[in-house]
Write a protein that binds this ligand. Structure first.
Ligand SMILES: [Fe+2]
Length: 509
């Protein structure tokens, strides 16, 4: 869809649905609230060279339906400063937290200086929010010595505690990438380590409550307050294994798209995203790009919303399909959809950056499972999309591509090549999971033995990845929590890798 058409549809949707007549006239601006309204913390995201998105959501009782809020809007003041003491104020303003938007606030701050740290805080109803740290991106083409980022995925609340987020917060990285499964939509399981309400969300109220339940966690709030985030989703922000309008448990695509619209709306409300990402019905454009001076171009993919239907279902065992199922390698099928594929091709062809990071949801390389089959849910189910991306990198001589992924709840490091045994074109690193449980290591070892391009796999440890980019190399460290079944567990290095600029292929650091 063109930008203009998208903007018009957004404007129409906002006018029709979000702003009900009279809503603005009854603002409780100066009303003091007895309860602390910032129970969901603060966040920032999608930095540019002159600004960043600031986020908060007014919710005095984040784990109760309704969140302790009526329908009245709340006036929220914000300020951005050059110091943590908030004395050198760079920008300030007001925003409205409206009931129609779940009392979420998204402020697109502009007029900041490139490539520097800022601190921010909100004030509402007589209370101050926690302090947030953020930063802007370097100016286009500017020389940059280093980019330090942390990336994570898959934080099933019931499965463990989020010491991994405490670890991310302690690093105060330049950027945090979250690569999907920010919430899990499933109904509560009896005997879970941490409990949440039993119902599986299917509508906006349900998804709002699940997001708030997760977001009330202190470790997660600390990671959001420590750095700007770039977020993309995977399947569980809506429902397990969905693709486009296809849902395993709901055969009616129209009904499923209504559910997807509710899930996307709640996702937008809870993430520090720009107005460009305001959903229109069941559509939300999440794929986008971020340039970090001349050092890095980061492309963020959406492998769920536009994919063709899953294939080889008739011969599948759950997601497992035979390696030689012909539709798997049909050139007509796409994991990204034509428009996103063409966009990614353009970003790869004209990239002036030293490093080209592909932030996406999955292990990108082929993964023959221990029975020799492959999954039809990720890149292996859409093998020609992978081939086209790799061929673009090869033909366009895209400088130093590196893929980062999530979804599979394991740490994986490997090289990417067009055919088995070919020289690598790129390397990839799957950053484990924040808390979701992974595969047994003996079955992973059997898989790695069948997939020689994979150099490292670990399924029993939880954690995240740290990436340090310089003109010379890309250093990736897998960071693992000692024990994610208890709170406040230490985080340590698990394994480290290096890719040298101009020499494709990873080695242990
Ligand atoms: Fe997951």
């Amino acid at each position: 869809m063109t930008d203009r058409r998208h903007l018009l549809r957004q404007a129409a949707w906002l006018a029709g649905a979000a702003l009900m007549p009279g809503a603005w006239t009854s603002a409780v601006a100066q009303t003091r609230m007895a309860e602390y309204p910032f129970g969901l913390g603060v966040a920032s995201g999608d930095p540019t060279a002159d600004g960043v998105v600031l986020w908060t959501r007014i919710a005095p009782r984040p784990r109760e339906p309704g969140f302790g809020m009526g329908r009245a809007p709340v006036i929220v003041e914000w300020l951005v400063a050059e110091d943590a003491g908030l004395t050198r104020v760079a920008r300030r303003g007001q925003a409205i937290a409206a009931w129609e938007a779940g009392h979420a606030v998204h402020v697109e701050v502009g007029g900041l200086r490139p490539d520097r740290e800022y601190w921010y805080r909100f004030t509402a109803a007589g209370h101050q929010s926690p302090l947030g740290r953020t930063r802007t991106a370097p100016a286009a083409g500017a020389p940059v010595e280093r980019l330090r980022l942390a990336y994570g995925s898959c934080q099933k609340f019931e499965a463990g505690f989020w010491s991994a987020h405490a670890g991310i917060a302690a690093e105060t990285p330049d950027l945090v990438l979250f690569l999907g499964d920010y919430i899990y939509e499933q109904a509560a399981k009896a005997g879970a380590l941490r409990a949440h309400p039993p119902q599986e969300p299917v509508d906006l109220d349900g998804y709002r409550l699940r997001h708030a339940w997760y977001r009330a966690d202190g470790d997660l709030q600390a990671a959001h307050a420590a750095a700007p985030w770039m977020v993309i989703w995977d399947d569980h922000e809506v429902v397990n294994d969905y693709g486009r309008d296809q849902d395993r448990s709901n055969p009616d695509p129209k009904a499923f798209l209504r559910r997807r619209a509710a899930a996307y709306q709640a996702y937008y409300e809870n993430m520090p995203l720009r107005r460009k990402q305001v959903p229109v019905g069941p559509d939300l454009q999440l794929y986008r790009s971020l340039d970090w001076g001349s050092l890095a171009r980061l492309n963020f993919l959406d492998t769920r919303q536009y994919r063709d239907r899953r294939t080889c279902e008739a011969v599948s065992d759950e997601k497992r399909i035979p390696y030689d199922c012909p539709d798997r390698t049909a050139a007509s099928r796409s994991l990204l959809g034509r428009t996103q594929e063409r966009w990614l091709e353009g970003r790869a062809k004209d990239s002036p950056a030293r490093w080209n990071v592909l932030a996406q949801q999955y292990l990108m390389g082929e993964l023959k499972l221990d029975d020799g089959r492959v999954s039809n849910d990720g890149w292996d189910g859409y093998a020609q999309t992978r081939r086209r991306v790799l061929e673009t990198w090869r033909d366009a001589k895209t400088p130093n591509p590196v893929a980062l992924g999530g979804d599979i709840h394991c740490f994986f490091a490997g090289d990417l090549a067009l055919r088995p045994g070919d020289a690598p074109l790129a390397s990839e690193f799957v950053g484990g999971s924040i808390s979701s449980l992974g595969a047994a290591n003996d079955s992973l070892a059997a898989s790695v033995a069948r997939n020689p391009h994979l150099k490292f796999a670990e399924g029993q440890r939880r954690g995240y990845g740290r990436v340090e980019l310089t003109a010379r190399d890309c250093r990736v460290t897998f960071r693992a929590v000692d024990n994610a079944f208890v709170p406040s567990s230490p985080v340590r290095d698990l394994a480290a890798f290096v890719v040298e600029a101009g020499r494709p292929g990873l080695s242990r650091a």
